[in-house]
Design a protein around this ligand. Structure first.
Ligand SMILES: Nc1ncnc2c1ncn2[C@@H]1O[C@H](COP(=O)(O)OP(=O)(O)O)[C@@H](O)[C@H]1O
Ligand SMILES: N[C@@H](CCC(=O)OP(=O)(O)O)C(=O)O
Length: 362
């Protein structure tokens, strides 16, 4: 538990803020970043770093002149660059008397409930011992992550996992502009977003030469964090005290407010990570009970069942063609089908989905 005014902050840093434009890591940029992170820690905040830059730091050592395009070359570059990054972080943090730990994750580590839990336990112990966890995608073994994925989303999911107070995305631009500032001189910065509108999403464009996802992936990640109840900041860290300013709400960039309360871990897993094994179709009365009255789903409101799920697996719930949310079904598909058949006369003692095991679509 953090003491009054002390925050748990996840800081995600993009390749553009760590690597040199011609490949290899930029030690001056990393030194400044580590100083800024250490100042946060000196003030008693808990800090987790989600660091990109493995591919950008490794490709020249692999013998490439430019960032490689093929998946295997990116993976090999990441394998080299990741160890270069960690060596640099370890020695730079040591100057401030802090130790670091490396955690490499893939999406499948989140969808497996046990691995998800272990990641949480490990990170929690590291934080309680004052260590700085440094997290990246496990690029050499992940497939989708390197081609479509981005660390902006990984940072949002890690922020949810550890119930962060603030998610900070450090990039080479001071926030979201109404259009890409690289292409439009008259672009205007948006300092605060209460809601991520379609307009804001449309304004956010692609990456610069070093990054992967561009501003668009940052906005999508901020939307995920928002739905998990976590506020996000997007901007630069150009001075040692930049992160302190950002944590105090005075950063120059874009703040996106978190909606409602932090979503409990169990519900985060259902909403974002669980494999969906089937569908349950319900009538309007049951839809009201679930969405408006926050009640559990009873068999009386179930109209149809699709898929072949087992008890305890996650299903999507629809009213007609409208997706309403996801929940853990207490019963398997087979039993539910028997209960829906008037000839079988099977009665169910309990609710089909308990309200504590249910999340609405955002
Ligand atoms: N509307 C926008 N506002 C701000 N930046 C934008 C916008 N659209 C596109 N960008 C670009 O997104 C880039 C940041 O994304 P990216 O290169 O992926 O960085 P990182 O490596 O930090 O993840 C900026 O350099 C900027 O040019
Ligand atoms: N995991 C990859 C980075 C992927 C990524 O999202 O990069 P960026 O857009 O710079 O945050 C790496 O370390 O090179």
């Amino acid at each position: 538990m953090q003491s009054e005014g002390k925050k748990r902050i996840v800081v995600k840093v993009g390749s553009s803020s760590l690597a040199s434009p011609h490949g290899g890591c930029d030690f001056a940029k990393m030194k400044l970043l580590v100083e800024a992170l250490s100042l946060l820690k000196n003030e008693g905040h808990e800090v987790l770093l989600v660091s990109s830059g493995a591919v950008a730091s490794g490709y020249t050592l692999l013998g490439y002149q430019q960032r490689p395009r093929t998946l295997v070359a990116k993976q090999a570059a990441a394998a080299i660059g990741q160890s270069v990054l960690m060596q640099s972080y370890a020695s730079l943090f040591a100057e401030h008397h802090y130790n670091v730990a490396q955690i490499l994750l893939t999406r499948s580590d989140f969808s497996d409930k046990e691995r998800y839990h272990h990641a949480f336990e490990t990170i929690s112990l590291l934080l309680s011992r004052g260590i700085v966890p440094i997290i990246n995608e496990n690029d050499p073994v992940s497939v989708a992550e390197l081609t479509f994925g981005d660390n902006d989303m990984l940072g949002a999911l890690v922020s949810g996992l550890v119930h962060a107070d603030l998610y900070t995305i450090i990039t080479d631009t001071d926030g979201l502009y109404d259009k890409d500032p690289r292409k439009h001189k008259d672009a205007v910065r948006i300092p605060y977003l209460a809601e991520i509108t379609a307009e804001a999403e449309a304004a956010a464009g692609d990456a610069g030469s070093l990054g992967t996802g561009g501003m668009r992936s940052k906005i999508i990640a901020a939307k995920t964090a928002q739905n998990l109840g976590i506020s996000t900041f997007i901007g630069r860290a150009t001075r040692p005290d930049s992160l302190l300013e950002i944590a105090a709400g005075r950063g120059e960039g874009t703040y996106v407010s978190g909606k409602n309360e932090n979503l409990p871990t169990r519900k985060q897993w259902i909403a974002l990570h669980s494999p969906v094994k089937g569908q349950i179709f319900i009538d309007e009365g049951a839809a009201h009970a679930l969405t408006r009255d926050r009640r559990s789903l009873l068999i009386g409101g179930v109209r149809d069942v699709a898929g072949d799920f087992q008890p305890g697996e996650v299903v999507e719930v629809f009213c007609g063609s409208q997706p309403l949310g996801r929940g853990v079904s207490r019963y398997g598909a087979e039993v539910l089908r028997l209960a829906l058949s008037p000839q079988q006369g099977v009665r169910l003692e309990n609710e089909v989905i308990h309200r504590d095991q249910w999340v609405l679509v955002p």
